[in-house]
Design a protein around this ligand. Structure first.
Ligand SMILES: Cc1ncc(COP(=O)(O)O)c(C=O)c1O
Length: 440
C-alpha cells in the first residue's frame, strides 16, 4: 500500500487489521469460474443437483403461506435466534437420530437458526478466538473454514492422520505434548471436525476416533470448545453412519459443544438455512449477540418455508430421493474415472458412502495447486476441481484433488471424468516428472 493511502491522504479507504487480512475467498473464485466459463465442466464448487431442486415442494409451501390462511407474519422480521416452531422441528429431527440428547423444548432453546451453517461457523469462531489463537482441525478439512480462520488471524493445526485417513492417536499425543511444552495450550480455543461423509474426504469419524481425541485433550486438562460440523450427515447413500455425535458421546460431556447442520445440501441450497445446537449457555448467548449485529435474524420467509416442508413430510421425502440421485452420480463419476484408466496413471481414491465428493490422491510429485501445470491442463481440457492443498491446516500434501459430483448430471460427469483423465494423461507417465512443473 502506498504511504499516502495508508495515512488516508489520497481518499483511499484505511482498512482494519481484519480488512487487510481478508482475501477474495477461493470458493468465490471457483464458483464464478463455474458460472462464467460455460465450456468448462465444474467438479469444483459444492453446488447441489440443479435438476432436482425442490421447486414443486417450495411452491406448495409458498402458496399456502401466501394464501392468507396463516397471516403475513412470515413476511415480517422474525426472531434473532430463529422461529420457535422451526427450532422445535429441528430439535425433533436431531433427537430422532440420538434420542438421549434431551427434552425437545429444552433442545429447541439451545438451537440457533443461521444464514447457512457457514454463518454459524463464523459466529462460533468470532466469539471464541482472537488473532494468534489456535484451532485444531481435521485433516483434510473444509477449506472455506480454513480460509475463514486465516481471515480472522487464527492458526489452524492439523489433527494428525494415518495412511488410511484415521486419526493417528500416537501422533496426536505428540502434537499436544509439543503444544504444551511450547506453552501454547492457553491459545488452543477450539477443535473442529466434519465427522460425517466429510467435505472433502467423504470419510466419517468412528466413535473410537472421537473418543480418543476427547481423551487426549482431557488427559492434558484441556477442554476447548468443540465444533462438530455434520453438514452431510443425512446425505448417506445406503445407511446412516452409526457413530453418535459429540452431543451424546459421554467422552465429550464436559466440553462446550456446538453441533452444526444445514438444509442447504439436503434440501434447497438457495434457501441458505443452517442451524447450530450449542450446549454452552454463554457461547450461545455471545453468538446470538453477534448474530444480532450481523442481521438480527435469518430470513423469516425461508424459515417459514422450512417449517412447512419439514412438518408435512416433504423434506424427508425429498431427502430420500436425493440419496439415490447422489449415489448414482457418485457411481457415474467413480466408474468413468475407473474405466478411463485413472488408477493406471497412479491415482488412488476410495468410493464414498455418502456426501458430495470424491477425494483423490495423485501420483507423488504431481502438483495440483491452482497455479500448477496440472490445473492449467485441466482448464485446457475444460474441467475444474478443488486443489487438495487448500484443505489442510498445515503441512499440505501437493497432490490431492477434490471432485464434486453435486451439480453435473450423470452424462456430464462421465464427460468431465474423461476430460480429467485426459489432462492427467497429458502430464506423462507416473514418475516421469511431467507433473512437477508449475506455472505462474
Ligand atoms: C463441511 C461444510 N460445512 C459447512 C458448509 C456451509 O454450508 P451452508 O452455509 O450452505 O449451510 C459447507 C458447504 O459446503 C460444508 O461443506
Amino acid at each position: 500500500m502506498k504511504e499516502g493511502a495508508e495515512a488516508g491522504q489520497s481518499g483511499a479507504v484505511r482498512l482494519s487489521a481484519l480488512g487487510r487480512r481478508a482475501e477474495r475467498p477461493t470458493i468465490a473464485r471457483l464458483m464464478n469460474l463455474a458460472l462464467e466459463r460455460r465450456d468448462v465442466l465444474s467438479l469444483a464448487a459444492g453446488f447441489t443437483d440443479s435438476a432436482t431442486l425442490p421447486m414443486k415442494e417450495v411452491r406448495e409451501a409458498v402458496d399456502l403461506l401466501a394464501s392468507g390462511l396463516v397471516g403475513a407474519e412470515w413476511l415480517q422480521y422474525g426472531m434473532n435466534q430463529g422461529r420457535p416452531e422451526l427450532r422445535q422441528l429441528l430439535a425433533r429431527r436431531l433427537a430422532k437420530g440420538e434420542p438421549e440428547i434431551g427434552a425437545i423444548g429444552e433442545m429447541a432453546s439451545r438451537i440457533l437458526v443461521t444464514n447457512g451453517s457457514q454463518q454459524a461457523l463464523y459466529l462460533a469462531v468470532q466469539v471464541l478466538c482472537d488473532p494468534g489463537d489456535i484451532v485444531l482441525v481435521d485433516r483434510p478439512s473444509y477449506f472455506v473454514f480454513l480460509e475463514m480462520l486465516s481471515g480472522l488471524g487464527v492458526e489452524a493445526r492439523s489433527i494428525p492422520t494415518d495412511g488410511a485417513g484415521r486419526i493417528d492417536q500416537a501422533a496426536l499425543e505428540g502434537v499436544l505434548d509439543r503444544m504444551a511444552l511450547r506453552g501454547e495450550m492457553s491459545r488452543l480455543k477450539a477443535v473442529y471436525f466434519v465427522s460425517y461423509f466429510s467435505n472433502p474426504s467423504s470419510r466419517s469419524l468412528a466413535e473410537k476416533e472421537k473418543n480418543e481425541l476427547a481423551a487426549a485433550l482431557r488427559g492434558r486438562g484441556c477442554l476447548p470448545a468443540v465444533i462438530e460440523d455434520a453438514a452431510y450427515r443425512e446425505l448417506y447413500f445406503e445407511s446412516p453412519h452409526g457413530a453418535r455425535s459429540v452431543l451424546t458421546l459421554p467422552a465429550w460431556e464436559d466440553f462446550p459443544r456446538l453441533y452444526l447442520s444445514t438444509m442447504t445440501k439436503s434440501f434447497a441450497t438457495g434457501m441458505k438455512l443452517g442451524f447450530g445446537y450449542c450446549t454452552d449457555a454463554l457461547w450461545l448467548e455471545k453468538m446470538l449477540a453477534v448474530k444480532g449485529h450481523h442481521d438480527f435474524g435469518t430470513s423469516n420467509m425461508a424459515q417459514a418455508v422450512a417449517e412447512r416442508v419439514i412438518s408435512n413430510g416433504t423434506f424427508d421425502r425429498h431427502l430420500s430421493k436425493m440419496r439415490t440421485v447422489y449415489r448414482r452420480k457418485m457411481e457415474a463419476l467413480d466408474e468413468a474415472l475407473e474405466t478411463q484408466g485413472l488408477r493406471g496413471l497412479g491415482w488412488k481414491w476410495v468410493r464414498p458412502k455418502g456426501g458430495l465428493y470424491l477425494w483423490l490422491r495423485g501420483p507423488g510429485g504431481l502438483a495440483t495447486g491452482l497455479d500448477s501445470a496440472f490445473c492449467r491442463a485441466c482448464l485446457d481440457h475444460g474441467v475444474i476441481y478443488v486443489p487438495g492443498e487448500l484443505c489442510f491446516g498445515d503441512d499440505a500434501p501437493v497432490n490431492d484433488v477434490r471432485l464434486s459430483f453435486g451439480v453435473l448430471g450423470e452424462a456430464e460427469l462421465a464427460e468431465a471424468a474423461r476430460r480429467f483423465v485426459s489432462a492427467a494423461r497429458s502430464m506423462g507417465a507416473p514418475g516421469a516428472g511431467g507433473g512437477q512443473a508449475t506455472i505462474g
